[in-house]
Design a protein around this ligand. Structure first.
Ligand SMILES: Nc1ncnc2c1ncn2[C@@H]1O[C@H](COP(=O)(O)OP(=O)(O)OP(=O)(O)O)[C@@H](O)[C@H]1O
Ligand SMILES: [Mg+2]
Length: 495
């Protein structure tokens, strides 16, 4: 059950809000002012805090700042007096999820809380036992596909050791995020995470970039400079685009890795360091080794523990969680209140092959946010090229897959709504559901659909029966009966 803290100095409002929330199956606690709220948050385990603004001792805004500092993952919703926009803006800047104007209508409140917790849930980073992963710049690492869960498990293990890691994956799949996740979950997290982009540095400067130089070591070296190896001492050195370093640097790097020592350019003094090496590349190093472009010994030294990031097209299950995450992020960034995506737009996103992976999706979502004027991302807000490349309508594609005629023109499009009433399409990926056309048996296919639908819905709500029943619009009894019928165990879908 989600735990909500209601903070208001007006006892009447506090009590009525608390009872409305209790009725909706939230565990509710109360605080009479900002001071008590902060104390309770420090002592308790709340998912969400509802904050009045004007309160004695400590205002809601001050409390919000302290709560967010203490635990940024707590969702805050601010209750403001009618049209006090300044407080609302201030609260949003401090990381409040949203604000509600008084007088509070119970329905609106419950709707907003449901929505916030749902987004929060789907966006949940990793199933780490450690606190939620903290990446710089409020970035989060999203993934709910089994492929990404495996990757998260590997990250969790590898973050605890010092061995070199090589991260492989196409451009935009999140290699840098993996590197950060490894560092910020490791015992080295309080030391530096230092990146060298091996492809961006001119050849004549790269050695100095790695190892530093003495004053006068080469033309232009007019002062001493420490290299990134030394700068990262005690922390993690991330060698991005490792496939792009020259043959000469490969030799020097290998030596530094083997001996944990190096000599700055123009110096005769060796420096010892303790760094953990994480490298990444989107190039095929095995091919490069065959062509003598990459040293095999360096490869083996780096590739002790490989992590492969699958392209987005091979983990389409992540698409919705990522979209929700970007909607959330850009809502905050652009101060918008986008709450859904039109069916036809969603269909284009689902149908796209995403050669640029998550970076491409991020750019598309940002484009849509800039263009869209309504609270629903429309087809028109997507980049034209993307829509054009979507080509044939969904119905045609599905009919093609199913090998049957699509004469009635029914569009089997799916939509996604971030509101309380999720449309079924939001959780059911039509591609995940295989029709057994060989049998063309209505009953068998209906059952398979039901089963997949229920599994997707449970996944979306973390295996929580009440929430699933509510949002998928199935009476709880029916839901339980069907789960039993299909041998589905809701607990398998809790994160
Ligand atoms: N699982 C994810 N959850 C949230 N954001 C992600 C995820 N994966 C990638 N991103 C975002 O997508 C963008 C690209 O990710 P990143 O830079 O880590 O990719 P990369 O594999 O290093 O790409 P390249 O090879 O082009 O350097 C970043 O803005 C990153 O924050
Ligand atoms: Mg990168």
């Amino acid at each position: 059950m989600f735990r909500v803290l209601v903070v208001d100095d007006e006892a009447d409002l506090r009590l009525s809000v608390a009872s409305a929330l209790s009725e909706n199956h939230y565990l509710v606690d109360q605080a009479v002012d900002g001071e008590e709220a902060v104390n309770k948050v420090h002592a308790g385990d709340y998912d969400l805090v509802l904050l009045d603004v004007n309160m004695p001792r400590k205002t809601g805004i001050e409390a919000l700042r302290e709560i967010k500092e203490f635990d940024p993952s707590i969702i805050a919703i601010v209750l403001t007096a009618f049209s006090n926009v300044r407080d609302a803006v201030e609260a949003t800047k401090l990381g409040a999820y949203n604000y509600l104007e008084k007088p509070i209508k119970a329905d609106n409140l419950v709707y907003m809380i449901d929505k916030a917790l749902k987004a929060h849930n789907m966006v949940k980073t990793m199933s780490f036992s450690a606190p939620r992963i903290q990446l710089p710049g409020n970035t989060e690492f999203v993934g709910q596909s089994s492929e990404m869960k495996k990757v998260f498990g590997v990250i969790e293990k590898l973050s605890q050791v010092d061995t070199a890691v090589l991260i492989r994956g196409e451009s935009g799949t999140g290699k840098e995020l993996v590197a950060q996740a490894l560092h910020f979950n490791s015992p080295r997290k309080d030391n530096r995470f230092v990146t060298i982009n091996c492809s961006a540095i001119p050849e004549n400067l790269i050695e100095s970039e790695f190892f530093g130089h003495e004053k006068g070591a080469f033309t232009g070296a007019d002062s001493r400079k420490i290299g990134k190896f030394q700068y990262a001492d005690g922390g993690t050195l991330f060698l991005d685009e490792i496939g792009d370093i020259t043959a000469g640097m490969q030799v020097k790097l290998l030596r530094a890795l083997q001996e944990k020592r190096f000599t700055p350019v123009g110096s005769n003094r060796e420096i010892e360091v303790n760094v953990r090496i994480v490298a990444a590349t989107n190039r095929n190093l095995e091919e490069m080794i065959k062509k003598n472009e990459f040293r095999e010994d360096l490869f083996y030294r780096l590739n002790v523990l490989p992590i492969n990031l699958p392209p987005l097209r091979e983990r389409r299950n992540d698409l919705e969680a990522l979209i929700l995450y970007f909607v959330d992020r850009f809502n905050t960034q652009y101060r918008k209140k986008v709450s859904g995506i039109a069916d036809d737009a969603m269909e284009v996103l689902r149908g796209h092959n995403w050669p640029g992976n998550i970076r491409e999706l991020e750019n598309v979502m940002e484009h849509a946010f800039v263009i869209e004027n309504s609270d629903r991302l429309s087809l028109g807000s997507l980049p034209e090229a993307l829509v054009r490349s979507a080509g044939r309508p969904a119905a045609a594609r599905l009919a093609e897959n199913m090998d049957i005629d699509d004469s009635d023109g029914d569009e089997p499009v799916a939509g996604i709504s971030l509101g309380a009433g999720i449309v079924p399409g939001a959780v059911v990926d039509s591609r995940g559901f295989r029709l057994d056309i060989s049998k063309l048996d209505f009953q068998a296919n209906k059952e398979e659909f039901e089963k997949q639908f229920l599994i997707s819905a449970l996944k979306a709500f973390n295996g929580r029966i009440n929430q699933t029943a509510l949002h998928a619009n199935i009476p709880k009894k029916t839901l339980l009966r069907k789960l039993e019928k299909y041998g589905i165990n809701a607990r398998d879908y809790t994160m």
